[in-house]
Design a protein around this ligand. Structure first.
Ligand code: RUG
Length: 825
């Protein structure tokens, strides 16, 4: 085929002239404007539309190939998908970025300007949601049949504003002006029953039959977002469900006299998918959240079954061969009793057959050990919203208790510990236990976390089912987190080692041999400096703070939580400030401490920490005695698109959680990949990062998990550290004065109280001195330019393991047993 003929293929990549023509056509025909009138928003929409045609063609071919090959597929159930922006990523994955940028330039438009028009799809809180987004990118890249299933929230995570230092939450409206990527699929609408009562019937064969008469029915409308794999061959789908009221009127409930009840219980259907719960690592014990979870699980299961039946009719024997469902945390755990309900009540399989299928379909990922984040629902609440599901949960538990009794005869203590039902004042349903019992595989998200899941969280489950609990260390997509967000570094790497690293990140190891090469060091650090300049510009624009790009850019970006210990970072900043006030010649490399963090709106201490960071920042940034040696910057509204600007510009990556508390972390991987050096505890994936980069290229400090346990067991006394270490005492006492909050003494005292009077649950004071020492070591290392450059290069070179492609490969081999599917034309 000659080149001209190839262009006539609908999916062949556009060249610059064609791209230009396509953009202009969409300006005229889709947006009703023209090149002279269009603003950046219109240019952005027209550019998205110009590539969407090609994306949809890829999607059509992918779906056709999957159907004709009758592929086994993974269904990734997640209440959160933190997608960020899609234009630059889709262009990169289609290999069209330079073409698009050139085409726009000829039209007089800068691609970087129009990219800023795209609102982030912030349908997630943090690490868990972003992991789901990285995973679907890898699945498509690796040509694996997969669907992401989630909720089409009208409002994603709140937009954070900072007013007088304090966090204010504002609604996020990511689709106010339409979203060019999504496609509504009314042909696949589902109905979801809620509330009502269960009737027991006796069939002719004596079989007991349960019939759920729902009190209300809501409609689930699917919106599809195409997920373009790198090099654009496979285009999978992220299907998000939007709730709406149904036209259905429940005559059964009406006739049974339950009409008034049904009305009282009737949720406003549209509110179900209205807003994402802004919690991270805390349980949101809200009725609406349970309804959200059930809503998307029920829609998704019905969607999967519809597709399965199209190929296999009513023959359920192959269901578990074709379908695997990964539960991203316990949020979708209600899918387990829902599938059982469909199989037993609707398909009329007997219990054992249904359970045999169901337990071959589900696998569960645990993301936390924190007790407050382990979901439990009051049995009473489930009974009200999902009466049939509670019965099914009891039945699952009853049979499971018999199994426990076989292993540990007559041991009521173990039974109480393992039961799905937690007895107490209020009976609670433990969603973690339900997930472990109903799944064929359970994984933690980093080696250390998975070890602790086995030893501390679920030891008896591990004894009962050896091999079921396993590990899959998290990963990040290098397409977004290096190629797209750090174009200069990507080009430098391409030049040095070739351009196939985005699909095989271990290839970066080839950089290691240049780690001592002076020229490469200079080039590498020049890119870093340029990125720091871009971030400095952003800081000036958004906060009117001037920062020196020759200073160390020290970055802590993540949700705000006590266990992540942003306040440890803050206490160290205060200590440095104090040293400078006491000794103006105090010798330190200038540092810019940069924070990005959202606090859950109801998490008072987390919000107090944000306030404290901002107040300390105000004081230090405006104190001439500091002589610009320290700057403190809190960038508001931390989100994916802001991370994409901060990460390439970072020198130091703060990963300072209390050992044993951070399941994995993924920001740690993104920062190291972009050449930042980690200062961190031996927690989560930091342990594996340290293994990869070696002790000389990371700054590890603080207590180990074992030491944390030992100190707790021996009675941790934070006051001992306060009285023994004058610097700790001085900075904590400082918080009580009005030095940082003029006229408002005590405004920052809650932090001191949490560390002293409330027992310092996360051992900030125990780790403070060793953290300060690590910071001194960083200061020393940075003075030696060659040493620092070498460390940075080695960090980038050694991140191969942390590509999400490796995580997906592990899931495929250890859990999903999937094969790639080539896409036919
Ligand atoms: O806190 C964890 C992170 O350590 C982890 O990297 C991430 C992805 O596995 O998940 C985070 N997480 C845990 N987010 N929510 C939870 C608890 O529901």
């Amino acid at each position: 085929m000659n080149a001209k003929a190839a262009k006539t293929q609908p999916s062949s990549p556009l060249d610059k002239a064609e791209f230009k023509a396509a953009i202009v056509k969409h300006l005229h025909c889709s947006l009703g404007t023209d090149e002279n009138k269009a603003n950046n928003h219109a240019w952005w929409k027209a550019t998205c539309a110009a590539i969407q045609a090609q994306v949809l063609e890829g999607l059509r071919k992918t779906q056709k190939s999957h159907y004709f090959n009758d592929t086994r597929a993974v269904h990734y159930f997640s209440a959160e998908f933190l997608m960020g922006r899609l234009l630059s990523n889709n262009l990169q994955n289609l290999g069209l970025f330079d073409v698009a940028s050139g085409a726009l330039k000829e039209l007089g438009v800068e691609i970087t300007d129009i990219m800023e028009e795209e609102p982030d799809m912030a349908l997630g809180n943090g690490g868990l949601g972003r992991l789901a987004a990285c995973f679907i990118d890898s699945l498509a890249t690796m040509e694996l049949p997969a669907i992401g299933y989630g909720i089409h929230y009208e409002h994603g995570l709140f937009r954070q504003e900072i007013k007088s230092g304090a966090q204010i939450e504002r609604p996020d409206s990511w689709r106010d002006y339409g979203n060019p990527w999504e496609i509504c699929r009314p042909e696949s609408i589902q109905e979801v029953p809620l509330f009502g009562y269960v009737e027991t019937k006796y069939g002719e064969s004596g079989r007991i039959q349960k019939e759920w008469h729902p009190g209300s029915i809501v409609k689930g409308i699917p919106w599809d977002i195409p997920v373009v794999g790198y090099e654009g061959k496979t285009v999978n789908v992220l299907r998000l469900w939007q709730s709406d009221s149904s036209d259905y009127f429940n005559w059964d409930v009406f006739n049974a006299g339950g009409y008034v009840d049904a009305q009282r219980e009737n949720v406003q259907a549209e509110t179900i998918s209205k807003v994402l719960y802004p919690n991270d690592e805390t349980e949101a014990g809200k009725e609406l959240r349970l309804i959200q979870q059930y809503f998307f699980c029920s829609c998704s299961l019905k969607d999967i079954i519809r597709r399965y039946k199209r190929a296999h009719g009513d023959d359920w024997s192959r269901f578990a061969d074709q379908v695997v469902i990964q539960l991203n945390d316990t949020h979708p755990a209600i899918a387990i009793p829902e599938l059982m309900r469909i199989l037993v009540d609707r398909a009329e399989l007997d219990w054992d057959q249904a359970w045999g299928i169901s337990t071959k379909v589900f696998a569960y990922t645990n993301h936390t050990l924190l007790p407050e984040a382990l979901e439990k629902w009051p049995a009473r609440m489930i009974e009200k919203i999902l009466p049939r599901h509670l019965e099914i949960i009891y039945e699952i538990n009853h049979r499971f208790m018999a199994e426990v009794d076989k292993k540990w005869p007559s041991d009521n203590r173990i039974k109480a510990k393992l039961s799905i039902i937690e007895e107490g004042n209020e009976k609670m349903v433990r969603m973690g236990h339900l997930s472990v019992i109903g799944s064929f595989a359970v994984n933690g998200v980093a080696e250390m976390h998975s070890r602790l899941v086995k030893s501390d969280l679920f030891p008896e489950f591990d004894a009962l089912w050896p091999g079921k609990l396993t590990n899959v260390t998290n990963g990040i997509t290098p397409r977004r987190w290096l190629k797209a967000c750090n174009p200069e570094l990507s080009k430098l790497i391409d030049k040095k080692i070739g351009s196939d690293w985005p699909k095989d990140l271990y290839k970066l190891e080839a950089l290691e041999k240049y780690a001592d090469n002076k020229t490469f060091q200079k080039q590498f650090m020049q890119v870093k400096l340029n990125n720091k300049q871009l971030l400095a510009d952003e800081i000036r624009e958004s906060l009117d703070i001037e920062v020196d790009v020759n200073a160390i850019f020290d970055v802590q970006i993540k949700r705000l939580h006590e266990y992540k210990r942003q306040h440890l970072n803050l206490l160290h900043i205060m200590a440095l400030y104090r040293r400078l006030l006491e000794n103006p010649d105090y010798d330190m490399v200038p540092r810019v401490f940069i924070f990005g963090a959202k606090a859950a709106p109801g998490y008072k201490l987390a919000k107090d920490i944000i306030y404290a960071i901002n107040k300390v920042a105000d004081k230090i940034n405006n104190d001439p005695r500091v002589n610009n040696k320290i700057k403190v910057v809190f960038l508001p509204n931390y989100r994916v698109s802001l991370a994409e600007k901060m990460i390439p510009a970072s020198d130091v990556s703060e990963q300072i959680s209390t050992a044993g508390k951070e399941a994995s972390g993924t920001g740690n991987m993104k920062l190291a990949l972009n050449g930042a050096i980690t200062v961190g505890t031996l927690d989560g994936a930091n342990v594996e990062i340290a293994e990869e980069v070696g002790d000389d290229n990371i700054f590890i400090f603080g207590l180990t998990v074992e030491e944390v346990h030992e100190l707790k067991d021996n009675g941790y006394k934070p006051y001992d550290y306060y009285y023994r270490d004058p610097e700790i005492k001085a900075v904590l006492d400082w918080l009580e004065t009005d030095y940082f909050t003029p006229g408002k003494p005590g405004a920052l005292v809650s932090i001191k109280q949490s560390l002293l009077d409330h027992g310092d649950q996360y051992m900030v004071l125990a780790d403070f001195r060793s953290y300060c020492d690590a910071q001194i070591a960083i200061d020393e290392a940075y003075r030696d330019k060659a040493r620092w450059a070498k460390m940075a290069i080695i960090n980038t070179a050694k991140m191969g393991k942390f590509t999400s492609d490796r995580s997906i490969k592990d899931y495929v081999e250890r859990i999903w047993k999937l094969s790639p599917c080539k896409i036919e034309n």
